[in-house]
Design a protein. Structure first.
Lengths: 341, 293
């Protein structure tokens, strides 16, 4: 992150300064944060569709604030709606592949249409459960979630990003959908950054190409930028933690500043981050080169997440190659001879 | 009977209000007449499934529910959720009559921007405890509201009116399971068992009987009642177990789709959704008015 990356103000717990340090690999930032939250507020309830292990700590602290609903995701969302309509702030824990896809109608009709304050936590999104078969890929959830009116959609890129998003949306009156990938191993933020609603967070400054990533895409984009630095390619990296509302102005600023944008996401290229950026550029007639780096709209392979990321080019090296191509395309567009000094 | 809430701030219509069977039966027919008028104004609506639950609306809103029309969000009110949201047309005149909103709200019924629509919207219509429209959701929502009542230590009841066709939705059975798992004696499901869904007889589309024993098998207490017998309905609601008890209650109200109009009773499906021609409308109105003093 750049020095310019704004830090999160202490908007959450006014009585004390709390900083979440970098989460350990394999940690449980969701469980940790919810356990902290339930001690601070009396309106928290956590609903689980057989995901209770995540909140073991909370269950010890406040067993009455944990409601297990079994392997019944749609019922869980609607039960949460009833609790929210009765003054609670419910958190729904769900596995990514069975979150937005299975519960799209309940999220739309019960939560979003009624603007109820429910926090939907879709863990293990993207390819995180790809070992278990095509049923366990969650690569359509951004497209589904961002087309739902009144739904705020966020995707943390690291543990501290999750903490910041959770805290900064805590008093939002409507529903918030958290899309959480795995493999967020690198802590991008020394402490929870200040996420302004609907705005990108600048992670790295650069002048040649702007990489806009979401979720694990931010980490990959930053690693690619670092690979390219010795080559003299200057890459800006933006964290699209907010997928809805979306930072249209941030896209247009990137288009104006670098003229070349690469989006990176662990999601189908149809309807995801790249498509959203393309919509913004198209609607505004903004002249910029755009490459969309994500998962192809085809039957996806099955394997452990790291192997799948390698297979589909969700690696710093593959992303660096995309950036190099953009730089070449940009030079060609500008009429500058490429390939040599 | 109107009383004040414990904090003295809210005028409360208590449970078990005095209402004679004649009054409740007349109120049901009044709901049918109002339904015909509203649909006539909007140009389209659900007649026969509203007619089948007119007595249920009458007994619930004029006797059984603890209500606070002047303070629709009063925390201790009984909640009523309209799972079969397509019968909201029958609820609008009731809520206006009780003072939830001015009767003038009904003038725009069905028009763009109206607070009142074919299905109820909690964000626009005072007195609606939860929106509905997509069948199968509201019993789950009712479980959430009943759980909230337990967590808040309040003794309100949550009533959810479903159709028998609605029980074909799988989510309903997830809700039924969770209600008994959590011992929600403060939750009451009322099935308007008129035997028809939109496409024809429920039994032909997908059999869901025997309803009572299915609920019992899921850990509920089930009661069968004639859904047009206002005395039987009053007794059933008056004798509900304490909200603090540990078994949710299902009231299977056996009803007739289109009840109260010979033409609709004979062809309930023809009048599930539609618009009566003027001569048909006048005939239905005359038939109902003939029963009223």
């Amino acid at each position: 992150m750049t020095d310019a990356t704004p830090q999160m103000e202490n908007v959450f717990f006014e009585e004390e300064e709390e900083k979440a340090g970098p989460g350990p690999r394999g940690g449980n930032i969701v469980g940790d944060e919810l356990a902290r939250l339930v001690q601070k507020r009396d309106d928290i309830v956590v609903l689980s569709a057989d995901m209770g292990a995540v909140v073991a700590k909370l269950r010890e602290l406040r067993p009455d604030r944990y409601i297990e609903l079994g392997i019944a995701e749609t019922n869980t969302v609607s039960v949460a709606a009833g609790l929210a309509a009765s003054g609670f702030l419910p958190f729904v824990l769900s596995m990514g592949p069975f979150g937005a896809i299975k519960c799209a109608e309940q999220i739309r009709t019960d939560l979003a249409y009624n603007e109820l304050p429910v926090r939907f936590i879709a863990r293990l999104s993207g390819l995180a459960m790809g070992f278990f078969g095509p049923s366990h890929h969650a690569v359509e959830d951004i497209a589904i979630a961002r087309s739902i009116t009144n739904l705020t959609v966020v995707a943390p890129s690291s543990d501290n990003a999750f903490v910041a998003l959770l805290r900064s949306t805590i008093d939002h009156p409507g529903p918030v959908f958290f899309r959480i990938s795995e493999g967020l191993d690198r802590e991008l933020y020394p402490q929870p950054p200040a996420f302004e609603r609907g705005r990108f967070v600048p992670v790295r400054a650069g002048t040649d190409v702007t990489v806009i990533g979401t979720g694990v895409g931010v980490q990959l984009g930053l690693a690619a930028a670092e690979l390219l630095e010795p080559e003299g390619v200057s890459v800006a990296v933006l964290d699209a933690a907010y997928l809805k509302p979306f930072d249209d102005e941030g896209v247009l600023r990137a288009a104006a500043e670098t003229g070349a944008i690469l989006t990176v996401e662990e999601h189908n290229v149809t309807g995801g981050l790249g498509a959203t950026v393309a919509e913004v550029l198209g609607r505004n007639g903004a002249p910029a080169l755009l490459r969309v780096h994500g998962l192809p709209d085809e039957e996806l392979a099955v394997g452990v997440p790291a192997a799948l990321q390698e297979w589909y080019g969700l690696t710093p090296e593959a992303i660096a190659a995309e950036v190099r191509q953009l730089v070449a395309d940009r030079r060609a567009t500008l009429g500058v001879a490429s390939g040599g000094a | 009977m109107t009383a004040l809430s414990a904090d003295g701030r809210t005028a409360v219509l208590e449970r078990g209000r005095a209402a004679t069977p004649d009054e409740l039966a007349r109120r049901a027919d009044w709901i049918r007449l109002q339904t015909v008028q509203l649909i006539d104004r909007a140009g389209l609506g659900h007649y026969s499934s509203t007619f089948s639950c007119a007595e249920l609306f009458s007994v619930l809103y004029y006797r059984a529910l603890r209500l606070s029309p002047g303070d629709p969000s009063w925390a201790d009110r009984d909640r009523f959720l309209l799972g079969k949201g397509h019968v909201a047309t029958g609820l609008w005149p009731v809520l206006a009559d009780l003072g939830y909103f001015p009767a003038s709200y009904m003038e725009s019924f069905g028009q763009i921007g109206s607070p009142l629509s074919d299905h109820p919207n909690m964000r626009t219509a005072p007195g609606i405890d939860f929106s509905s429209g997509s069948l199968g959701h509201n019993l789950s929502v009712g479980v959430g509201i009943a759980l909230a009542g337990r967590l808040h230590g309040r003794d309100y009841r949550t009533f959810v009116l479903t159709g028998d066709g609605e029980l074909q939705e799988g989510q309903v059975w997830e809700a039924i399971m969770s209600a008994s798992h959590y011992g929600l004696g403060n939750l009451v499901a009322i099935v308007d068992a008129n035997g028809f869904s939109g496409g024809g007889p429920t039994s032909k589309a997908m059999n869901i009987e025997p309803l009572g024993s299915r609920f019992e098998a899921f850990g509920w207490t089930a009661r069968e009642v004639d859904g047009h017998d206002v005395e039987a309905l009053s007794e059933t609601f008056d004798s509900l177990p304490d909200p603090g008890s540990d078994r949710p209650v299902c009231i299977v109200a056996r009803t007739i789709k289109g009840k109260g109009s010979k033409m609709m009773e004979e062809s309930p499906q023809a009048w599930h959704l539609g618009l009566l021609a003027p001569d048909q409308r006048d005939q239905v109105v005359r038939e109902i008015e003939a029963r009223l003093p």
